[in-house]
Design a protein around this ligand. Sequence first.
Ligand code: NAD
Ligand code: UFG
Length: 352
Amino acid sequence: MEFFYAKKPKGDVKMTILVTGGAGYIGSHTCLELLDAGYEVVVVDDLRNSDAESLNRVEQLTGKPITFYQFDARDEKKLDEVFTKHNISCVIHFAGLKAVGESVSIPLTYYHNNLVSTMALCAVMNKHNVNNFIFSSSATVYAQDNEMPLKEDGHLGCTNPYGWTKFMCEEILKDIAVAEPVFSVVLLRYFNPIGAHPSGMIGEDPAGIPNNLLPYITQTALGRLERLTVHGDDYDTKDGTGVRDYIHVVDLAKGHLKAVEYARKHQGCEAVNLGTGVGYSVLDILHAFESENDVKVPYVIGPRRPGDIATVYADPQKAKDMLGWEAELGIKDMVRDAWNWQKKNPQGYRKG
Ligand code: NAD
Ligand code: UFG
């Protein structure tokens, strides 16, 4: 028996996209873009790291409804019910655990959540003859010995369980695409998503003390945190601080629409970087944030953070050639929109 069946023509009916993890940071921004583009959106999220308020706000912003199911994406039986009820054309799989440090402490939880959800989705897609899959991967799958900018054919290898979950899911999806040529997978390797929708109604809402740079800066600017610690100023970079490829979350979300269009028209498995190709240092970001928003962010220089490397940025050419996508928003947009969201929602969704 074949694992995947021939693609069914969908005609002119509105395509329905299943978005797992759609209530989260990148997922909510992508739901908004999908609805604006005329897609029907079905979200599966167990809200372990998000709040359904994000989806309410996407509905308010777009004036369109989202069908929401709150359950664990590893639950094949419940996924089967969703696929039975809705004529799903494509799955965008955001649901996953994503904190690098936490993954070192509770690796089994990370492997189980991130791998089993991916495999459960593939099994149910097979049953329902759905062949288009967009996967949230990460620049963290690249080994540390690559030269910059990172190209999709660079060496792969990880330094923590979170990264390995992304690497392993990529391998699983590549193998399925080889075995079943009708399967179409786009592995989107995100660089550093920051910023928020310009309305300030949806944005990043990390639980507890943030690990990532931008939420740490915005919460410090707000006075919720005392000061930012810059993790090291002795790297071989222009000012000694770490350099990353920050990408506006709205640009990133739009990249998913291009990937959906691509998957519908092609077969096989392709990995694609979603980055800008430009690297900014920690101090670049900090100073851009202060000058664009006219606020001060107290900071101290601390030691290097274990596991960090000096410089990471993408070669975004493949996304341009293959998907017809490139980032449009710049650093000023990113820091302005991040602050606009944080000011309007000082406690995030939960208490904001
Ligand atoms: P997020 O935590 O805001 O969103 C993930 C969503 O998935 C949350 O709403 C969470 O409740 C849900 N979820 C997690 N496990 C689930 C499960 N088993 N069943 C149902 N729902 C589940 O994270 P994000 O920043 O929006 O990231 C989305 C995806 O992109 C993740 O897979 C992440 O690993 C990947 N990614 C993120 C970044 C980043 O810097 N934000 C970078 C590279 C890759
Ligand atoms: N940084 C600080 N102080 C902080 C937080 C971060 O100086 O309080 C620095 C880091 O040392 C690094 C830069 O800011 O130089 C960016 O750090 P982030 O933690 O925001 O992001 P990372 O590049 O470490 O990792 C992020 C995601 C990963 C993903 C990776 C992909 O957290 O999940 O991007 O490139 F895999």
